[in-house]
Design a protein around this ligand. Structure first.
Ligand code: SF4
Length: 352
C-alpha cells in the first residue's frame, strides 16, 4: 500500500490529536472507537452519528481495510488457523484457540523473521517487512468477528505468531495500547502475553513502559553452547544477559515471567538439561512452559517421546520449579507456527 495510514493504526490519543487538529471535539474519538471495535463496522458510512464532513475527512486521510481470509483450517478441538492476506499481497497467520478460561488469539507481528532459530520454518525466507499496529489489530478483529458468530469474545491475546515482536517495537506498543483500550476491544493487559526470543535491550525498554502484560522468553536451552545452536540470537544476547533482563522485568512490573522451552528429541530433553534449567530459572521464580515440538518441514528436529516429556517435567518440579505443559491445539491441522503460510508458499499460492 502507499503512504496512507489505517484507522486501525491509531491509538486513542493519536485519534484525539488528529481530531483536534481538524477542529473536532475529543468525544468523537470515543464514538469512532465504539464503531470500530465494539460495533465492528466495516465502513465509515455506517458511523451514522458522525457528521458527513468528518466522515469525508477521515476517508481522505485513512484506510479502513480488513484483512482478506485466504485460507481457514478448523481442528477437532475447535482451534481455527487463518491465513490472512495483507493489502500488498503478503499473508500472515493468525490462530484462534479455545480454553476453559476463554478464547485466545495468537497474532503475527512480522511477515517472515530474521532471527534465524534453527527449528523454525518462518525464518527460512528471511524478513519481508514489519506489520503496522493496525495490521496486528486487524488480526484480532478478524478473530473477534469469527467468534461473534457464536456469541463469544476474544478474552486473551498471545503475541507468539510469526516474527520477533521486539524487532517491531513501536507497532507492538501501539497495538497493545489499542486492543487494551476500555473504549474499544477492552482486552486487559493481564490477559495479554508477549513472547520474545530474548532481545535484551528491548526487554528493559518494555519493562520501563510499566504495562501489566505478561512476558514470555523463549529459552529452549540451559547452556549458551546449546542455545546458540538452536537460536543464533544467543550469540548476541547470551543467557546471563537474558536472565538479568528477565529479573529486571519481574522487579519492575511485579509480574511473573515465563520461559518457553520447546523439547527437541535427543537435543535438549535429557535429565542434565532439566537440572541445569532449574538452576537458571529458580532464582527469579519464573514459570517454565514446556512445549512438545511438532516437527516442521525442512527442519531436522524430532519430537521428544511422551515418557521423556513427563520425566523432564517431573525433574523440574523436583527441583522446585513451577512447570506447565502446553496443551496442544490443532494437532490435526498445520499446527506449528508458519506451516500454513509455508505450505501456501510451496504451492506458489502467495507471493514470495
Ligand atoms: S521462532 Fe520466532 S523468533 Fe525464532 S525465527 Fe521463528 S518466528 Fe523468528
Amino acid at each position: 500500500m502507499g503512504e496512507q495510514t489505517r484507522l486501525y493504526d491509531l491509538t486513542y490519543d493519536r485519534l484525539v490529536a488528529w481530531l483536534a487538529a481538524h477542529g473536532e471535539p475529543a468525544y468523537r474519538a470515543k464514538q469512532i472507537f465504539h464503531w470500530l471495535y465494539v460495533r465492528r463496522v466495516r465502513s465509515l458510512t455506517e458511523m451514522t452519528d458522525l457528521p458527513k464532513r468528518l466522515r469525508e475527512a477521515l476517508a481522505a486521510q485513512f484506510l479502513l481495510d480488513d484483512l482478506t481470509e485466504l485460507a481457514r483450517q478448523t481442528s477437532r478441538d475447535g482451534t481455527v488457523k487463518l491465513l490472512l492476506g495483507l493489502s500488498d499481497g503478503h499473508a500472515v497467520e493468525t490462530v484462534v484457540m479455545r480454553h476453559r478460561y476463554g478464547n485466545s488469539v495468537c497474532v503475527t507481528t512480522q511477515v517472515g523473521c530474521r532471527i534465524g532459530c534453527t527449528f523454525c520454518a518462518s525464518t527460512l525466507g528471511g524478513l519481508k517487512r514489519n506489520l503496522t499496529a493496525g495490521e496486528i489489530v486487524a488480526q484480532v478483529l478478524h478473530a473477534q468477528r469469527l467468534l461473534d458468530e457464536e456469541g463469544a469474545r476474544v478474552s486473551h491475546i498471545v503475541v507468539m505468531g510469526i516474527g520477533e515482536p521486539f524487532e517491531n517495537f513501536d507497532a507492538l506498543v501501539d497495538f497493545l495500547n489499542i486492543v487494551s483500550d476500555p473504549r474499544g476491544l477492552d482486552i486487559g493487559e493481564r490477559h495479554i502475553t508477549v513472547s520474545t526470543s530474548g532481545i535484551v535491550p528491548r526487554i528493559y525498554d518494555f519493562a520501563d513502559l510499566g504495562l501489566k502484560v505478561r512476558l514470555a522468553i523463549s529459552l529452549h536451552a540451559p547452556t549458551d553452547e546449546l542455545r546458540s545452536r538452536l537460536m543464533p540470537i544467543n550469540k548476541k544476547y547470551p543467557l546471563t544477559d537474558v536472565m538479568a533482563a528477565a529479573r529486571y522485568y519481574v522487579e519492575k512490573t511485579r509480574r511473573r515471567i515465563s520461559f518457553e522451552y520447546a523439547l527437541f528429541g535427543g537435543v535438549n530433553d535429557r535429565p542434565e538439561h532439566a537440572r541445569l534449567l532449574a538452576e537458571r530459572v529458580r532464582p527469579i521464580f519464573a514459570l517454565v512452559n514446556l512445549i512438545p515440538f511438532n516437527p516442521v518441514p525442512k527442519r531436522p528436529y524430532v519430537r521428544t517421546p511422551r515418557e521423556d516429556i513427563v520425566r523432564f517435567k517431573r525433574l523440574l518440579e523436583e527441583e522446585g520449579v513451577v512447570v506447565t505443559l502446553r496443551r496442544e491445539h490443532g494437532t490435526d491441522i498445520d499446527a506449528a507456527c508458519g506451516q500454513l503460510r509455508a505450505r501456501h508458499h510451496d504451492q506458489s499460492f502467495l507471493p514470495k
